[in-house]
Design a binder for this molecule. Structure first.
Ligand SMILES: [Zn+2]
Length: 88
């Protein structure tokens, strides 16, 4: 069992969290000009890096979305912080 650090609650077991998105992914705009292929790529095509990853996670216990930087190989979490502009 891996431990993830929620910036609001502190260290918690990974089953309390849900992956939300890759960090920095930009929603295609304007919506009326976005093709089905572009929209599908935005929703479903993820980088899934082998190593360092910056991701948005959701802690189900407190309802907080936050940014986590972790290594997908070593499972080492190097950063966990609130999203810019978000409040707990
Ligand atoms: Zn939390």
């Amino acid at each position: 069992m891996q431990i993830f650090p929620c910036p609001f609650c502190g260290p918690r077991e990974e089953h309390e969290f849900l992956f939300a998105a890759e960090a920095g992914k930009v929603r295609p705009e304007p919506a009326e000009k976005v093709s089905d292929a572009e929209w599908a790529a935005y929703l479903y095509h993820n980088e899934a890096p082998n190593g360092a990853a910056r991701e948005v996670w959701y802690h189900q216990t407190c309802g907080t979305y936050f940014l986590m930087t972790r290594d997908t190989v070593t499972r080492n979490v190097t950063e966990s912080r609130f999203l810019p502009g978000a409040s707990a």
